[in-house]
Design a protein around this ligand. Structure first.
Ligand code: ZN
Length: 110
């Protein structure tokens, strides 16, 4: 795949297909568990929960695949057999498309 199927844009980037909220939820639950278990004087279990969740987070991160994302319309493509040739997100390119989007919005309002 060299073009976005939605808008035909040729610039795509790859990123980890890992939902941000999931990582945050795991972290939040682990911290809560850590505090609770410490309050219950279960320090050993508190550390097990904390380190276990960190390990789980890391494994999950390794386990999830990459997704290819379109710079222009943000369409996500998963399950591609090869991700070679796709570069990670570049701020400069992303900024260019953000500006382009802003300009389009501005034109629409006039
Ligand atoms: Zn697109």
């Amino acid at each position: 795949m060299s073009h976005c199927a939605v808008c035909g844009n040729a610039e795509l980037y790859k990123k980890k297909d890992f939902p941000h909220w999931l990582g945050l939820t795991i972290l939040a639950v682990a911290c809560l568990g850590f505090v609770l278990l410490n309050a219950l004087y279960q320090q050993w279990w508190a550390w097990v929960v904390l380190i276990g969740s960190a390990a789980f987070d890391g494994l999950l991160y390794l386990w999830v695949g990459d997704a290819v994302v379109c710079y222009r319309c943000g369409a996500h493509y998963r399950g591609l057999s090869t991700y070679d040739g796709y570069k990670p997100y570049e701020l400069v390119v992303g900024e260019r498309y953000r500006q382009e989007r802003l300009r389009r919005e501005e034109l629409k309002q006039k």
